[in-house]
Ligand binder design. Sequence first.
Ligand SMILES: *[C@@H]1O[C@H](CO)[C@@H](O)[C@H](O)[C@H]1NC(C)=O
Ligand SMILES: *[C@@H]1O[C@H](CO)[C@@H](O)[C@H](O)[C@H]1NC(C)=O
Ligand SMILES: *[C@@H]1O[C@H](CO)[C@@H](O)[C@H](O)[C@H]1NC(C)=O
Ligand SMILES: *[C@@H]1O[C@H](CO)[C@@H](O)[C@H](O)[C@H]1NC(C)=O
Ligand SMILES: *[C@@H]1O[C@H](CO)[C@@H](O)[C@H](O)[C@H]1NC(C)=O
Length: 559
Amino acid sequence: MVLGIFVGVVAVVYVSRVTSVSAIVEHVNTTYDFVIVGAGTAGSVLANRLTEDGKHTVLLLEAGGEETRHPNVYVPLLSNLERANGYDWGGTSKDYDDWAANGSVGWNYKQVLPYFLKSEDFLPESQKSSVYHSKGGPLPVSNIDVPFEPLADVFQKSLAQMGYKTIDCNTREALGMCTTQVTTDNGVRQSTANTFLKPVMTRKNLHVATFAQANKVLISNSRAVGVEYLRNGRKEVVGARKEVILSAGPIGSPHILMMSGVGPAPHLLQLNIPVHSDIPVGSNLHDPMMMPIRVLINESYTITPARATSVISKLKYKILGSGMLSSSGGIVGTAFVNADDKSKTKYPDVVLSMMATFPELWESGRYNYHKYLAKEFYATAIQNQNNSEGFTLWIQVAKSSSSGTMKLKSTNPFDHPDIDPEYLFALRLIRAKPFQLKLRAKVLTRPFSKCAKHKFNSDPYLECLVRNLAVSSNNPSGTCKMGAIEDNSTVVDPQLRVKGIQRLRVVDASVMPTPVTGNTYAPVVMIAEKASDLIRKSYNKEAKGQKRQDKNVQKKPKR
Ligand SMILES: *[C@@H]1O[C@H](CO)[C@@H](O)[C@H](O)[C@H]1NC(C)=O
Ligand SMILES: *[C@@H]1O[C@H](CO)[C@@H](O)[C@H](O)[C@H]1NC(C)=O
Ligand SMILES: *[C@@H]1O[C@H](CO)[C@@H](O)[C@H](O)[C@H]1NC(C)=O
Ligand SMILES: *[C@@H]1O[C@H](CO)[C@@H](O)[C@H](O)[C@H]1NC(C)=O
Ligand SMILES: *[C@@H]1O[C@H](CO)[C@@H](O)[C@H](O)[C@H]1NC(C)=O
């Protein structure tokens, strides 16, 4: 499953970059205060924060490990698009106000903002470049040795002609275009491990077990007491004195919950799993879809395999950590626009990301969209043109309105979205003058056999194309919905505690009651930061360290 690979690989990046350090253990103790499942984004933050004051012991269980690592995982260019989209979090304050208004007490924008800032403040100096705070100033890509500055320029000018200005995507402003933090994002992507996990791998109270695949939470008398996991082909058990925390992602966490007997009773009973808590785990699954548009250009401004893998490019990346290979998925810029609303309301309905390459060109990439797309359509089209110079415009519906259900033995639960207006908007954008004059941009299109029954490029044809070629954005959320306890659609309370089971929390994108606009990376860091505080507060009431922590959180309200 795409997500599984994604989560696994992210975790592997985290873990493998720190293998020389001590916390990775062969021998796992019998009990810890906290057992965290999943060394992804949230798990790394939690492992750091919960071991910070030295008062608790923590075991981080991670299914991945060094052996599964793929060289390309380290190369940001070849990593996947969602992460490439970067660290934009402030886009839409309404997302969080909606959460709070609907039962997630304590999670409105004002209340979560300190936690966004906290993790941002935590980033190393090298990443606090002006990019985060650029307010439509010089393009951040301009002085970096990647060739695609002209693309950013054209993207920006064309959007400007349609009424969208350049914004700082880390502010409350919701509509407009932000150029991607080319270097910064690279840093962020690689450094969630570096930032949160690596520096703490020397802490005596932290253990990390790799290749440990959690099967289920052990529950006794409605209380989580430990985790059963597989390691080296053997079933192992570890005890949790205080809590078990699931951070295995929006597919992994509900999976483990259901395996543990926490989920919709009829479904569990079907599979002969004894029910500990009958709550709607796995419902409310959201995963925005994306539609790529390929555009050929007649200029050398893009990232081609030949250029990116040239000796110079490799050296730059190895020695300086810069150059094309350091560019995150080749993302040039991201625009939050309102394609379907003539009145231009304040909130975006589509996110457009410009990527300075065709993902199909990257056969060797671990994240190769090739297999998820219609090979016939893109691969052949590109070969036929004998022209790899071009960009991909990704169209992502800002918020998917439809939701699916994740079950233990599920097939694809996603509906294909209706993204016609957005698709047409993108086509219009490419026809704008700057694209035409400067790049001679030409949308790559050819008759697609599956849609041959419709007139080429007619509305029904385009609709058919979208149905066949849209892909999951890999930003699923919502499968362990947070909200009021008495709301029977919720799985966790606003403290992220699983309903009906003591000492068990879920901390990852699963808890999002409604999806956030754009990608989930930064919001997940925020959720983990807030969760760490909630958890520590409930166990450390007397701790002095806590005051210091609170101060840190409230400091620097820069925006
Ligand atoms: C609040 O939750 C209820 C129950 O799940 C749902 O029907 C409603 O649409 C939600 N409202 C908002 C504003 O999200
Ligand atoms: C693991 O157990 C040993 C022996 O009891 C103990 O000294 C150590 O602190 C424990 N480590 C953690 C991280 O719990
Ligand atoms: C590309 O540019 C070259 C040089 O400007 C020109 O001769 C050629 O016709 C162009 N090709 C296309 C397909 O526009
Ligand atoms: C495209 O490239 C292939 C292989 O390099 C070559 O055989 C073919 O003739 C080229 N086609 C065109 C139209 O240039
Ligand atoms: C949730 O509660 C409402 C009203 O209390 C009820 O109508 C609905 O059927 C319940 N849904 C589920 C899934 O139990």
